[in-house]
Design a protein around this ligand. Structure first.
Ligand code: ADP
Ligand code: MG
Length: 241
């Protein structure tokens, strides 16, 4: 299988403290990969380095075989990297459909209006938001908000989608629906790297799990494997979980 995203030896320090230390990992085409770890482990920093919001102090990043380390976030979006945030960030005055159209038009430069509209209709169908297409973004329920956040990321036509705790705040039943949606997204041809602290979600969704602790990868494997790993159990039980 082809690697669609590769992180090689990435280091990031804040004021002398290592947030990421020689982190290497890769995402295979069609894979759903979870990155987990206790609070402060470096998960959000890793996502910020991948999306280009933070510059690594060392190491390199590759998207679809192409080095993206020096590129700003917009350029990474244009090359096929999408991102959804824990804090939902739609344009509240616009409708659901208009929000997606913004993503579709600006996610890839020179997208003709008609192609963008057609793609937005597909994204609305995929995310179950079609009945709410004309609702104002500010009127949505929490679950619909989360769907819109995923839909906005999809609107940019990513090949790789980064999700930062998008299930936070959902009830178990709603989280199940969101899990099913992420699976549909993967089945549509998008590879997914997600951060999540809800372990039932990680277990249900991840093909593979990478565990960070104090900025280092301490384990990697299927959920059942890493959940049994002594270092992982210590990391969660011992200190800050
Ligand atoms: P996680 O998302 O796993 O909880 P973070 O990536 O947010 O962890 O943080 C990793 C470490 O880096 C923590 O010790 C945190 O305090 C520190 N950190 C994160 N962002 C900054 C920042 N902008 N400035 C200083 N320290 C930071
Ligand atoms: Mg975080």
């Amino acid at each position: 299988m082809a690697k669609v995203l590769e992180v090689r030896g990435v280091c990031k320090r804040f004021l002398g403290l290592w947030a990421l230390r020689e982190v290497s990992l890769s995402l295979e085409e069609g894979e759903i990969l979870a990155v987990i770890g206790p609070n402060g482990a470096g998960k959000s920093t890793l996502l910020n380095v991948i999306s280009g919001l933070l510059k690594p102090d060392a190491g390199s990043l590759y998207l679809l075989g192409r080095e993206i380390t020096p590129l700003p976030p917009e350029a990474r979006t244009h090359l096929g990297l999408g991102r959804a945030f824990q804090i939902v960030q739609p344009l509240p005055e616009l409708s659901v459909r208009e929000n997606l159209l913004v993503g579709a038009l600006f996610g890839k430069p020179h997208t003709p209006r008609r192609a963008a509209e057609a793609w937005v209709d597909e994204v609305l169908a995929l995310t179950g938001l079609a009945p709410r297409a004309h609702a104002q973004a500010s009127e949505l329920t929490l679950l619909e908000d989360k769907r819109l956040e995923l839909a906005r990321a999809l609107a940019t036509r990513p090949r790789v989608l980064l999700l930062d705790e998008v299930m936070a705040g959902l009830r178990p039943k709603e989280a199940e629906e969101a899990v099913a949606l992420v699976r549909r997204i993967r089945d549509s041809g998008v590879s997914v790297l997600f951060i999540e602290h809800l372990m039932p979600v990680v277990r249900a969704l991840a093909d593979r799990v990478v565990v960070l602790d104090y900025g280092e990868v301490i384990a990697e494997g299927r959920y059942e494997e890493v959940a049994q790993d002594e270092r992982v159990r210590e990391a969660y039980l011992g200190r800050r979980a």
